[in-house]
Design a protein around this ligand. Structure first.
Ligand SMILES: Nc1ncnc2c1ncn2[C@@H]1O[C@H](COP(=O)(O)OP(=O)(O)OP(=O)(O)O)[C@@H](O)[C@H]1O
Ligand SMILES: [Mg+2]
Length: 261
């Protein structure tokens, strides 16, 4: 069977209204996610994680290179059927409960009857939201909302799960729980691609990671083999932040904070 995901020299340049290039967001990215593997895209803000994810989901057109999802182009029906997606921001209807939300999206996937009922109940339990299944989502904390989003991403029983910053906004316990959930899915043979800007968030759940920096791959492999690259990358990004420190920039704004003579 084909690999769940293969990217080969993928490029994306955003352009303005007149077609002039504005941002080279992804510059020739190649990586593969194998069956039952958890793969992490690690990179700071703006490094191209979400752009890469949107291209492999077929939501954004690439400018070059090739993407295969189980051997198919990302826009194909078969690719869509095999992939589950948790967006960077979970948009859920605030007046629906988790149970209603999952039933609604399940019907959109063409599920019904006992299959829909059983799958929704299984997912409510799996995501740990069964005890609040009849409370409106609008009253939930970020962590609970994220769990409902994860359950939603699993409704179509995907073979590849794509999670854009699944742990963003979660506290250490919430992060641990999401990581355990990811490991549980891996144990069922589901391949996972997740992104994060924090090393601890990908550390003990990813088999391999790719360090993404301004649209380019800096290194990829097992975390324990990437120690030097990770250290160098960390120091460099800290240095870069210091050079363009927003605090310094704010120091040049006499109207902002401080006491004026
Ligand atoms: N629709 C767009 N039009 C123009 N530029 C864009 C668009 N989307 C993203 N970009 C730019 O592409 C680059 C990569 O953005 P992307 O959202 O992929 O980064 P990211 O790694 O997901 O960042 P974050 O950690 O903040 O989510 C950034 O410079 C961003 O400003
Ligand atoms: Mg992003």
């Amino acid at each position: 069977m084909s690999e769940p995901l293969v990217l080969d020299g993928v490029r994306k340049t955003f352009r303005d209204f007149w077609g002039r290039p504005t941002v080279e967001a992804v510059k020739g990215l190649s990586f593969t996610v194998g069956a039952g593997e958890v793969f992490g895209l690690l990179g700071p803000n703006g490094s191209g994680k979400s752009t890469t994810i949107k291209m492999l989901l077929g939501l954004l057109r690439r400018d070059g290179g090739d993407i295969r999802v189980f051997g198919e182009p990302p826009t194909s029906k078969r690719a869509h059927a095999a992939v589950g997606y948790l967006p960077e921001i979970t948009y859920l209807h605030p007046f629906l409960t988790p149970r209603e939300t999952l039933r609604y999206y399940g019907r959109l996937f063409g599920l019904g009857g006992k299959t829909l009922h059983d799958r929704v109940e299984d997912l409510l339990r799996l995501a740990g939201v069964d005890h609040v299944a009849d409370r409106r989502v609008g009253t939930f904390s970020k962590g609970m909302t994220r769990r409902v989003g994860l359950a939603q991403a699993l409704l179509n029983a995907p073979q590849l799960l794509v999670l854009d910053e699944p742990t963003s906004g979660l506290d250490p316990i919430g992060t641990r729980e999401v990581k355990d959930l990811i490991l549980g899915l891996k144990a069922r043979g589901i391949a996972v691609l997740m992104s994060s800007h924090l090393l601890p968030d990908v550390q003990d759940c990813c088999d391999r990671i790719l360090i993404l920096d301004r649209g380019e791959c800096r290194a990829q492999g097992r975390i324990r083999d990437l120690k030097e690259s990770l250290e160098a990358f960390f120091l460099e990004t800290v240095d870069r932040t210091e050079r363009v420190s927003p605090l310094e920039a704010a120091g040049g704004l006499p109207w902002l904070g401080g006491t004026q003579a």
